[in-house]
Ligand binder design. Structure first.
Ligand code: NAD
Length: 301
């Protein structure tokens, strides 16, 4: 299959690209490299260094003629989305519409779209399922969710199929450990250097960590199934940040100081998501528990 991955030089995108190649697909990438790195990608991948919100992306569609688009490119920082909602909307909303317009023009069969748990706010019940009411508390949550509506409209108007995959907290090799990077990669970097770990609040916040290879597997399954619906991709496993710090110290065989700082405004206390729907639809379930995922992640550091 001929597949175009936007944001394919980023953390999740580059794992998806490598797995698609392993499955024998032809893959091309659009990524403006604001956060990605082309050295993450094998030479056989055609890379178009374009901004998804600009007209130049048409060149990539004209040349590559993809059958499926996996649309990963996004402004991913919640804090930046609050500081600069216009930029967030330009990339995440207008950029996505720009991609969808090209999908229409070049008769793309299907779009696979990663959505986010940032759309739920503080959960009303747990585990969060796909019917959970939405309560966005950041511009990022709004912009990521808005695209779910556009996908539905492009299906109705132009018969472009879609799958929305709502990820919980994705972690794994290659994740950014600076700024707002995932907590697993931030802890891994600190442990590698023997520096203290910093936990905001008391560390009893609950998260649902899903390994990037499990996320990739869900993308592969969505190429030929899961059409025109929304699925959580998660582990339904509760892990506190204190548990995570302990597990990672054990994995490194290191004792480092744990510093507690004040709670961060807007941090959700408890979030984990059910994956029953995707399991019932196609048998997907996470293969990696946190211990194994952490082991592989720290080997990459
Ligand atoms: N990491 C998570 O836990 C998580 C959870 C839920 C959803 N997601 C979604 O998964 C996708 C990938 O996230 P990630 O964690 O791999 O982030 P990432 O920043 O590593 O990847 C995003 C990629 O998009 C590219 N990009 C950004 N703006 C662009 C633009 N205007 N034009 C072209 N390319 C652009 C970046 O250079 C980067 O390579 C995003 O859509 C994100 O919203 C991630």
């Amino acid at each position: 299959m001929n597949i175009l991955v936007t944001g394919g030089a980023g953390f999740i995108g580059s794992h998806v690209v490598k797995s698609l190649l392993e499955h024998g697909h032809k893959v091309s990438v659009i990524d403006n490299m604001v956060h990605g790195n082309s050295s993450n990608l094998p030479d056989e991948v055609n890379i178009y260094k374009y901004d998804i919100s600009e007209a130049e992306i048409e060149n990539a569609f004209k040349i590559e003629r993809p059958e499926v688009v996996i649309h990963n490119a996004a402004q991913i920082s919640v804090a930046d989305s609050v500081k600069d909602p216009l930029y967030d909307a330009k990339v995440n909303v207008l950029g996505s519409i720009n991609i969808l317009e090209m999908c229409r023009k070049y008769a793309v069969r299907k779009v696979i779209y990663p959505a986010s748990a940032a759309i739920f706010g503080e959960p009303k019940y747990l585990p969060i399922d796909e019917k959970h009411p939405l309560n966005m508390i950041s511009s990022y949550g709004v912009s990521k969710h808005t695209v779910e509506h556009y996908l539905n409209v492009y299906k109705k108007l132009y018969n472009i199929n879609y799958t929305v995959l709502r990820y919980s907290n994705v972690y794994g090799p290659g994740q950014d450990s600076s700024g707002e990077g995932g907590v697993v990669s931030i802890f891994a970097e600190k442990l590698t250097k023997g520096e203290p770990l910093c936990i905001y609040g008391n560390g009893n916040q609950i998260r649902d960590f899903v390994y990037v290879k499990d996320v990739t597997e869900a993308n592969i399954l969505a190429l030929n199934s899961l059409d025109n619906d929304i699925y959580n991709v998660s582990t339904n496993t509760k892990t506190t940040i204190n548990d995570l710090a302990k597990l990672m110290c054990e994995a490194y065989g290191k004792e480092v100081e744990i510093m507690h700082k004040g709670e961060r405004a807007g941090d959700i206390f408890e979030s984990y998501m059910s994956y029953d729907k995707i399991y019932n639809a196609c048998g997907w379930k996470p293969k990696y528990d946190l211990k194994l995922g952490i082991k592989e992640t720290i080997q990459s550091f």
